[in-house]
Design a protein. Structure first.
Length: 195
């Protein structure tokens, strides 16, 4: 009902008035137009910036840098090797939560701004939706690494994912080339058991 009234400009939902307004009844099953407003709501409420935005320290802890919103792990940051896992503490994060180390190696939150070369400016809507639904880089390539919570996001509807993409197209593009992930150190070679 809601979709119809959006698509048909709020006409009364009786067959006759639908036809009179030129709005085909089959519009009821069409997907809703991607909404920048809804995309902003989802991206903000789901905390994408917790990992994807550079931060600066404020009185209450790290806050997102507005001018570099969602631009990913800052290029050129020098990080020492991550601490060795100890007991149940197997993962660690940089203070701004844009770099993460664990059994998967080191992952860096990507640039989600529409910059053509370093962000998702060249991604199609389909690429974005498929990446978050399949957990594969750009929807087709290597597995997307932790802690990117795509296993939760894949439950979003296509309309919501498309709206998130639509919103991300509207934020200021930031040129920031995020490093490739670092693979885990080779596991220790197992020695043959003594005879
Ligand atoms: C807990 C941290 C975290 C949160 C929260 C998070 N991400 Fe990510 N995201 C990452 C990391 C780290 C990567 C890089 C993973 C890799 O290199 O495989 C990533 C990668 C991505 C990618 C690139 C996928 C690809 O195909 O390579 C997209 C798109 C993305 N995130 C979108 C989002 C959106 C949208 C949200 C909010 C709804 C979000 N992320 C929230 C950490 C996070």
């Amino acid at each position: 009902m809601t979709r119809l009234s959006i698509l048909c400009g709020g006409v009364v939902l009786a067959g006759a008035s639908l036809l009179a307004s030129g709005c085909a009844p089959k519009a009821a099953t069409a997907s809703a137009p991607a909404s920048v407003e809804r995309g902003k709501y989802l991206v903000t409420a789901m905390g994408c910036g917790d990992c994807h935005s550079p931060k600066q320290m404020g009185p209450q802890g790290p806050v997102e840098v507005e001018s570099r919103l969602l631009s990913g792990h800052p290029e050129g940051t020098q990080l020492p090797p991550p601490p060795a896992p100890s007991g149940p503490w197997i993962a660690s994060a940089s203070g701004d939560q844009t770099a993460w180390a664990g059994p998967w190696g080191v992952s860096f939150a990507t640039n989600l701004t529409p910059d053509e070369n370093t962000g998702i400016g060249s991604w199609s809507e389909e690429t974005f939706v498929q990446a978050l639904k399949t957990g594969r880089h750009m929807g087709v390539a290597r597995p997307i690494l932790p802690p990117m919570p795509w296993t939760a996001m894949r439950h979003l509807s296509d309309d919501d994912l498309r709206s998130m993409y639509a919103y991300l197209r509207t934020i200021p593009p930031v040129h920031n080339r995020v490093p490739e992930p670092v693979p885990p150190a080779a596991p220790p070679v197992a020695l043959p058991a003594a005879p």
